[in-house]
Design a protein around this ligand. Structure first.
Ligand code: AMP
Ligand code: MG
Length: 500
């Protein structure tokens, strides 16, 4: 694009038409093999569908410039933003337990944006055409799944859960061919990085310890700089990733989020939630909840997520063995020493969050039982996960049936007694709960309605309304029954599909 000039929204003087990009690409300094240079495949007439203005501002980008129709060319990969160096990243991973070589088959990393606060975020296009890792795939993405990733990742962000984010969706106005023909789109995704457990598995699979070391050093520098100076930085790195993942999965459990495809290539070393495919928020509480149409055995069911995270971290440990000790047996002992801490660390995070959800300010030995009894009742009654906690955080129970249920009433009395033993009064407890129990989540049926309107006739009004609601998940003062009512009990079972 030729250099042009525009007036910014703030009325400041004319600035060069760059939008504020300040891209670097430290990842591309890793040894050859970690990536392949590849250019996005241009599309004929891209159009910007969604732009995340607050995120643009946080990144130091000018939303007014980005919103101009010419900018669709950046978000489609037709024109590269200043300083971009497009690459596809190499990685491997365990998919449903089996090791596979993967890599960015439909994503291109443009670079790392340096924000005005000096932070560094990957800028990645998802769906910009084939890469050397595409195998038989077309490297493209459909509009529906990209809008879906936008919605869910922004919901997670608003809930305060670490996540990659969505800066923009551009329609390619070219078809993609799946089971049916669908409109194509490209998502611009931002991330603390796209380093995955699978990236380390790839490095290990090359058999070159130098690759492993370069990647571990790079990861430490980028995400855990405080650990570069400790005595055993690689052991510390493994511990740190384990801790962030334990904390992350606990957060998912607290809001009923089911990732759906927790393969090791979909687990970020930064501790962010990444790769929104068949994910969804649970309506009625059930530990075996699965949404993904291909997860036949429930490997990635709600209640399995902590166990799977632990297993994934053990794959990371296994890939890192040569870095943990020069002697293999010793290395295994070190790895096992770290790995065995996962259940307890997870449980600590999980319990801390549950206490906040129940308005409890400090620990008592019976807390776990109190929480688990509630979950049992919720499961038996098919109670909505979000709304049960939302009800408990309010003054009256809107779920009249649950409120009248004898076991629930007995539980409620015990809970009230427990609250009564605290120094904090009920208002303080309620305030704590209202900071931890969302009033609004992206309800599956609302997401589907919004996507249907957007993809079938380009009507974005529902989608924009939904984005507005999920941007303030804890807004208890908003009365939006349409967005908080669970689906009818006889509604069809919600199914999700991998986002290709
Ligand atoms: P995912 O299920 O999104 O985590 O993707 C698993 C692997 O399949 C990754 O290596 C993706 O890059 C690749 N992949 C998914 N969809 C496509 C596509 N349409 N074209 C090429 N590669 C793809
Ligand atoms: Mg993936």
């Amino acid at each position: 694009m030729n250099a042009q000039s525009v007036i910014t929204a703030t009325g400041s003087p004319i600035v060069p038409f760059t939008g504020g990009w300040r891209l670097e690409h430290t990842y591309a300094r890793l040894p050859a093999g970690f990536f392949a240079s590849v250019s996005p495949t241009p599309v004929s007439s891209p159009r910007l569908v969604l732009l995340n203005r607050p995120l643009a501002e946080e990144l130091g980008l000018d939303p007014t410039v980005l919103a101009q129709s010419e900018s669709a060319a950046w978000f489609a990969g037709n024109v590269l933003s200043p300083g971009a160096f497009p690459i596809a990243q190499a990685y491997s991973g365990h998919q449903y337990g089996n090791f596979v070589r993967l890599g960015d088959g439909r994503a291109i990393l443009l670079g790392e944006q340096i924000t005005p606060r000096g932070e560094r975020f990957d800028i990645q296009l998802k769906g910009p055409g084939p890469t050397p890792y595409s195998r038989r795939g077309d490297g493209r993405a459909a509009l529906g799944p990209m809008l879906r990733e936008y919605i869910i990742s922004e919901a997670m962000h608003a809930l305060g859960i670490p996540t990659t984010r969505s800066l923009a969706v551009a329609a390619t106005r070219e078809p993609v061919f799946r089971e049916t023909t669908l409109p194509g789109a490209i998502l611009t995704r931002t991330a603390a990085s796209h380093l995955r457990v699978g990236t380390v598995e790839w490095a290990a699979s090359t058999g070159e310890i130098e690759n492993l070391r370069s990647l571990a050093d790079y990861t430490l520098q980028r995400h855990y700089p405080e650990l570069t100076k400790v005595e055993q930085p690689y052991v510390a790195l493994l511990e740190a990733v384990l801790q962030r993942q334990a904390a992350l999965i606990a957060r998912w459990q607290h809001v009923g989020f089911v990732h759906g495809v927790m393969n090791t290539d979909n687990m970020a070393l930064s501790g962010e939630t990444i790769d929104y495919g068949p994910c969804a928020f649970m309506d009625a509480y059930h530990p075996a909840t699965v949404f993904s149409s291909i997860d036949h055995h429930g490997r990635y069911a709600y209640a399995n997520q902590p166990k799977i995270a632990h297993w994934n971290i053990s794959r990371l440990a296994s890939a890192m063995l040569p870095l943990l000790h020069t002697n293999e047996e010793e290395a295994v002992a070190v790895a096992n020493g770290v790995l065995k801490s996962f259940p307890e660390i997870f449980r600590t995070h999980w319990l801390a969050g549950l206490r906040a959800k129940l308005g409890l300010f400090y620990e008592e030995p019976g807390d776990i039982e109190l929480a688990e009894n509630l979950f049992t009742i919720m499961q038996e009654q098919g109670a909505d996960f979000t709304n049960t906690f939302r009800d408990l955080s309010g003054e009256v129970m809107t779920n009249i049936e649950l409120a009248a249920h004898a076991e629930f009433r007995a539980w409620h009395t015990r809970w009230q007694e427990r609250l009564g033993r605290q120094l904090q009064n009920r208002d303080e407890a309620r305030a704590l709960m209202r900071r931890h129990n969302p009033a609004f989540i992206p309800r599956n049926h609302k997401v589907e309605e919004a996507l249907a309107a957007a993809t079938s006739h380009g009507d974005l009004s529902e989608l924009e309304k939904l984005l507005d609601v999920i941007a303030q998940p804890f807004a208890y003062d908003r009365q939006l029954p349409d967005f908080s009512t669970p689906p009818a009990p006889d509604a069809p079972v919600y199914r999700t599909f991998c986002g290709t």
